[in-house]
Design a binder for this molecule. Structure first.
Ligand code: SF4
Ligand code: SF4
Length: 341
């Protein structure tokens, strides 16, 4: 396991971090044992979000005793200062700490969101103040929208940027990662398995390890998964022609089937929350169907408003058949609701 400095910060972290979503579906004792196994195996960066239900609480319980040996990263999805402060205080309480190493503005994808967080009384003002108070060490940002992510990097306001990165979604390696390096920012790669579409960890990490300053954040839901990933990272990395061909096969097969959450398709004239609803299948597999029906209730109910006008399809750069996928996801959501009764 290598350790990497995050840009110009003084945070040095394991080259592979711990993504906090999948522990949502684990009971607390199991989640704690998975987190501890990761820590004992050399993983030192733990990334979660206030929105990931009890993930922060589980991290706090598992790592409270080794707080000074780990880097804790979380995110706030709240856009106004008052709400962001409340959420930060909650994160501190849940993670049993008096400081967050890296607090990120969560999923800034649209200009409107950027306008809200940066206006007086916006969330960014609150995070800057919290940093001065010592409650946050560094401020970062996450996005699924490439153009917006590049813009956010170039503001010079953030210490890190987190964006999807895997061999199917590799667009970030060009302009975004280059700009982040120029601005001295740490680069965090979310979705190393393309939201579950890549089912071969070996090949996924072969690609990612070629990008040595990108710290990737796979989710872990078992001790075996931790052991598997740590084992991979302890081996030398060799990418063969056969590996490249396999990656290309995945790209050909899956590249046009899944949603990157870039939000170019929005807004929907009927108010369908397209991006969140397009993610339902992945959310259900990562959080558990029982949690997902509650977590995704508002976006999934909005799917019933779809008139199949197809406007969104024209705006999707990947040409996804959005209304058809929404229908499939809505059917799955209804099934999960029925099963949970
Ligand atoms: S097809 Fe449905 S989701 Fe897409 S823009 Fe039209 S109403 Fe909205
Ligand atoms: S449906 Fe297409 S445009 Fe909309 S978020 Fe997904 S990938 Fe982006």
């Amino acid at each position: 396991m290598r350790y990497v400095r995050l840009g110009h910060t003084d945070l040095t972290v394991s080259e592979v971090g711990f993504g906090g979503i999948p522990i949502i579906r684990l009971d607390e004792d199991t989640a704690v044992s998975v987190l501890r196994r990761a820590y004992e195996s050399g993983i030192t960066l733990f990334d979660t979000a206030n929105a990931y239900r009890d993930s922060e609480k589980k991290i706090g319980r598992a790592l409270g005793e080794v707080r000074d040996k780990v880097v804790l990263a979380t995110k706030t999805i709240i856009r106004d200062a008052i709400g962001a402060v409340e959420q930060l205080e909650n994160s501190l309480h849940m993670m049993k700490t008096d400081y967050i190493d890296l607090c990120q503005l969560h999923q800034i994808a649209q200009e409107t969101e950027w306008d809200i967080v940066t206006r007086p009384g916006g969330a960014l003002e609150a995070l800057i103040k919290a940093k001065k108070q010592g409650k946050i060490r560094y401020i970062g940002v996450t996005s699924h929208n490439l153009a917006m992510a590049v813009k956010l990097v170039k503001t010079g306001l953030f210490s890190t940027v987190q964006f999807p990165f895997n061999f199917i979604e590799d667009a970030a390696k060009d302009e975004l990662h280059i700009a982040a390096r120029e601005y001295g920012m740490g680069i965090l790669g979310m979705k190393p398995f393309a939201g579950g579409m890549i089912d071969n960890a070996g090949i996924a990490f072969k690609f990612l390890r070629e990008h040595s300053d990108v710290v990737v954040l796979p989710g872990f839901d078992s001790l075996e998964r931790v052991d598997e990933v740590v084992y991979i990272y302890r081996q030398p990395n060799t990418v063969t022609d056969r590996d490249l061909k396999l990656m290309q096969n995945y790209r050909n097969e899956l590249g046009k089937q899944f949603c990157r959450r870039c939000e170019y398709c929005q807004p929907c004239p009927q108010g369908v929350m397209i991006t969140a609803a397009m993610s339902y299948k992945v959310i259900a597999s990562r959080m558990s169907p029982k949690v997902a029906i509650e977590f995704s209730k508002i976006p999934m109910e909005s799917v019933t408003l779809c008139t199949e006008c197809r406007e969104c399809i024209d705006r999707c750069p990947y040409g996804l058949p959005i209304p058809d996928i929404l229908k499939v996801h809505y059917y799955l959501y209804e099934q999960h609701k029925a099963e949970s009764k």
